[in-house]
Design a protein around this ligand. Sequence first.
Ligand SMILES: Cc1ncc(COP(=O)(O)O)c(CNc2cccc(C(=O)O)c2)c1O
Length: 443
Amino acid sequence: MTATTKISRPNDLSAFWMPFTANRQFKQTPRMLVSADGMYYKTDDNREILDGTAGLWCCNAGHKRPKIVEAVKAQMDELDYAPAFQMGHPKAFELASRLAQLMPGNLNHVFYTNSGSESVETALKIALAYHRARGDGQRTRLIGRERGYHGVNFGGISVGGISGNRKTFGQMLGGVDHMRHTYLPEENGVTRGMPEHGAFLADDLERICALHDPSTIAAVIVEPVAGSTGVLIPPKGYLERLREICTKHGILLIFDEVITGFGRLGAPFAVDYFGVQPDLVTTAKGLTNGTIPMGAVFATDEIHDAFMTGPENMIELFHGYTYSGNPVACAAGLATLETYEEEGLYEKGKELGQYWEDAVHSLIDLPRVKDIRNLGLIGAIELEGIEGFPTKRAFSAFLKAFEKGILIRTTGDIIALSPPLIIEKSHIDQLFGTLRDVLKEID
Ligand SMILES: Cc1ncc(COP(=O)(O)O)c(CNc2cccc(C(=O)O)c2)c1O
């Protein structure tokens, strides 16, 4: 393909209804990625694009990683599909054991799903069923947080707190309340790492308990670091306070680690990074390095064992998916964990964290940069919006960035960055050097 080749297929593009996309804008000027290797994508007109977002926060080991490629190919040749209902295959158990060993504390049981959204639904259902199994079936209320993102299924958008993801779909799950989000720009603006102020916001949970009585509340779900809403970093002491209140009232604490899981913060999980032990953890994305759709919910011994009662021929939990524990996904997961471990990728967020932080905050002098936030290998640059045209400025930055050879994410008027953990200082320089040019050029 020559450098000038461009494939535009107005007819070919019509059938695919693209997710979370301005379809008409895309199909007028398609942005096609046709290959990837390491830190870079390649476009259909032969341009290299630096991946500043690890795909969608998921390709933590970068692209075309040999161990993963080989494992998937070999698995397809051996056992492509096997049911996990009443049947098993070895890799599903091997991966679950590896995951349980990796996760701190007593989160020793893994329920497979196919996405983060399904992991969230699974965790919410397990939470409700757990209380019922213990004779506490009146605990049906679920607590989320403003600006929370927990996927797009009805449970996830009900506990989620992003109005754009909710307003279109009518009635949500009943019995859901929300705590306030943790963003306090006046106190914490342009913070490096974790904000000093805001732990008190966890006391919203006490107020919700006072309103409904703790005996009606099943679980609280939070992203340890809120990603999709534009990167909100938990204030110091906030997660610890949530844990205390949940423990006090017998409420399950769910960490939604679909983004923070598998090295994003410079530790295998946010559980390690913050040293706070939840009762359930949802994961996906980095679990298979974004290659094969897969999610996993971690549950404590106590939760798991609460179901293991009654006649042994009876199904203990009436929940699961056709592809739960899919053999090819398990093979990808095992190879992914090996890659993370062999290359020390869990620690990269710590090793490069300061260099990354300095690079993110180097943009603070630019016009229209309103706030900057970072933790581990996550960064967010919040822009002043254009009056009457929310998201427009960030979207134009996204388009200009793609033109200049870098891939960024935007949500609202916030630029979110979450590169593969294989990133090196030279890539960080390229990413932020280009982003500086972009922000200077856009209106
Ligand atoms: C915390 C969290 N929980 C659940 C999901 C849903 O996962 P699935 O998409 O696999 O169903 C997510 C996904 N998060 C996500 C997905 C796609 C884009 C972006 C973005 O911030 O641009 C974020 C997430 O970040």
